[in-house]
Design a protein around this ligand. Structure first.
Ligand code: IMP
Length: 442
C-alpha cells in the first residue's frame, strides 16, 4: 500500500491540481482532507479546462474513488454547483465521490461573517481572505455549539437544530452590522428548507469516510492525499495571522483524513520555480517592479477562486526549506519552469537580514518576517524555451543548474518538473518518487 501526499510548500497556487490529476490514475483513492472552496485547482484534460474547488482532482478518471474527508469544510451550494457542472460535461460524479458525514458545513452565515470581518485589519493589514466563510466555519467547528456537520443534513432533528443556530447567528450578525438584506439570506425557515434540499441531493454520497479509508489502507489500496493551499498558510506553522484556518502543511494529512502516518510513504512538496502570494501578509522576496509584473503575465498569475492578481517574487529557499522539513517532503515537484525561460538573471533567496543580523530560518512572527530583507544568490537565466522538454536532459544546462541549486538549498531532491499546464508537460527525473503502476487509463 502506498500513501502519497501532494503538499504545497509556498502560499498556495503551486499547481497541485495538475499533479494530482496526473498521478491519480496510479491510485485507488484520491482524498481531500483540509480547506474548502477557498482552494481552486485547475485541471486541463483533452484541451478542456476544469476548475475544481471542493471536489478532489481525481474526479475526471473512471475507476477512482474520490473522498472528501472530515477535515474539509464544505459549502453545500458550492459543491452541488460543482457536481452539476461536471455532470453536465459527462463526469458521473455521484458514482465517484464520497463525502464524510463528519466534515463541517460552511453555512450562509459564515460567508456573511467572513465578509464583515475581512474589512478589519490585523497588525495594520487586512488578511484578505477569499470570503468563502472558511475561518468562521473552522471557528464554529472548534467552538462546537453552533457547528453544523454534513451528517446533520440527514439527521432526524435537522430542522430544529438549523433553526436554533440560524436564530442565534442572525442576532449576533445584526450586532456586527449585517444589513436587513443580508439577514434575510439566513432567515431560519429559509435555511432549514435549503438544508432539506442539500441533504436530499447529497445523501447518496455521504458516508463514514474514515472507516472507508482505514479499511482501504488495511486492504492494501493506494491512496493519494491532495493538499489545498500551501504550508506557509498553515494555521499553526505559517505566517500567522496571514494564514488560512486549517493545517495546510504536511502535518495536516492525518488529522484531516483520519489516516495515521504509518500508512504514508512519500510526500511530494510542490513549489513553483518562483514565489507567489494572494491576499495580505509578509512576502520577503516579493517583486513590486517590472520583473514581478513580467512573472505575473508569463505565469498567468491570477487567482482561480477570486481572480485577484497574485503577488510575485523570486524563489525563497529559506521558506521552502522550512516547509519541506515541516511537511516531511521526500521529493520536490518544481512547477512553472517555463515561466523562468524569459529572464537574463534569476535570484534565489538563501537567507534573510533581520535587524542587521543574518538568519537562515523563517521567523514565527509576521512582523519579523515583514522586516526580513532577502539575501540572494544570483544565477544566469537560460533564456530559451523549455516547454517542449520531455526529459531533464532536454533542459539547457543553466536550467539544470537552477534545479540543482534548489535541491541544494532546500535539501530535498527534485523528482518532478513541470514545464506547462498540460499533463504531457511533466518530466519525471531520475529522483522521481516511487509510484504505483497506473490502475486506470490516464
Ligand atoms: P481564507 O482561507 O479564505 O480564510 O484566506 C486566508 C488567506 O489564505 C488569504 O490570504 C487567502 O488569499 C489565502 N488563501 C486561501 N486559499 C488559498 C488558495 O487556495 N491559494 C492561495 N491562497 C489562498
Amino acid at each position: 500500500m502506498t500513501g502519497c501526499c501532494v503538499i504545497g510548500l509556498q502560499w498556495g497556487d503551486e499547481a497541485k491540481g495538475k499533479l494530482v490529476d496526473l498521478l491519480a490514475p496510479r491510485f485507488d483513492i484520491v482524498v481531500r482532507y483540509q480547506g474548502g472552496a477557498n482552494a481552486g485547482h485547475t485541471v486541463v484534460d483533452g484541451g478542456q479546462t476544469y476548475k475544481l474547488h471542493l471536489i478532489p482532482s481525481g474526479i475526471l478518471h473512471a475507476g477512482i474513488e474520490n473522498v472528501i474527508a472530515p477535515g474539509v469544510v464544505i459549502n453545500p451550494a458550492t459543491i452541488l454547483d460543482e457536481i452539476d457542472g461536471l455532470v453536465a460535461r459527462g463526469v458521473p460524479v455521484p458514482e465517484r465521490l464520497r463525502i464524510s458525514e463528519r466534515a463541517h458545513l460552511v453555512m450562509p452565515w459564515h460567508i456573511l461573517e467572513d465578509v464583515i470581518l475581512n474589512s478589519q485589519k490585523v497588525g495594520g493589514e487586512s488578511i484578505g481572505t477569499t470570503n468563502r466563510g472558511i475561518g468562521p466555519c473552522y471557528r464554529d467547528k472548534v467552538g462546537r455549539t453552533q457547528a453544523i456537520r454534513v451528517g446533520d443534513l440527514v439527521a432526524a432533528d435537522r430542522d430544529e437544530r438549523i433553526r436554533a443556530v440560524a436564530t442565534a447567528k442572525s442576532n449576533w450578525l445584526a450586532g456586527l452590522g449585517a444589513t436587513a438584506e443580508d439577514l434575510a439570506t439566513i432567515e431560519p425557515e429559509r435555511v432549514a428548507a435549503l438544508c432539506g434540499e442539500w441533504g436530499t441531493r447529497l445523501k447518496p454520497m455521504i458516508t463514514d469516510t474514515t472507516e472507508r479509508l482505514l479499511d482501504a489502507c488495511e486492504a492494501g489500496s493506494d491512496l493519494l492525499f491532495e493538499g489545498a493551499q500551501g504550508a506557509l498558510l498553515d494555521i499553526d506553522h505559517g505566517t500567522y495571522p496571514f494564514v488560512t484556518s486549517s493545517n495546510s502543511s504536511g502535518v495536516g494529512v492525518s488529522a484531516g483524513s483520519g489516516v495515521p502516518g504509518r500508512w504514508i510513504e512519500s510526500v511530494i512538496g510542490v513549489c513553483k520555480a518562483y514565489s507567489t502570494r494572494v491576499g495580505g501578509g509578509p512576502f520577503p522576496t516579493e517583486l513590486t517592479c517590472a520583473t514581478g509584473d513580467r512573472i505575473r503575465e508569463l505565469g498567468r498569475e491570477f487567482g482561480t477562486t477570486t481572480g485577484r492578481p497574485r503577488r510575485c517574487g523570486w524563489f525563497d529557499a529559506v521558506a521552502v526549506r522550512y516547509t519541506a522539513r515541516l511537511s516531511g517532503a521526500t521529493h520536490l515537484s518544481l512547477m512553472m519552469m517555463d515561466v523562468l525561460s524569459h529572464f537574463e538573471e534569476l535570484k534565489i533567496c538563501v537567507a534573510y537580514e533581520l535587524d542587521g543580523r543574518l538568519i537562515r530560518r523563517l521567523p514565527s512572527s509576521a512582523e519579523e518576517v515583514r522586516r526580513c530583507i532577502p539575501v540572494y544568490e544570483t544565477f544566469e537565466g537560460w533564456n530559451e524555451p523549455v516547454d517542449d522538454a520531455t526529459k531533464e536532459s532536454d533542459f539547457p544546462s543553466l536550467a539544470i543548474e537552477y534545479v540543482r541549486n534548489i535541491e541544494r538549498l532546500v535539501g530535498v531532491p527534485v523528482g518532478i518538473l513541470s514545464v506547462g499546464p498540460d499533463r504531457r508537460q511533466t518530466i519525471f527525473t531520475a529522483n522521481a518518487p516511487p509510484l504505483p503502476e497506473p490502475v486506470v487509463a490516464g
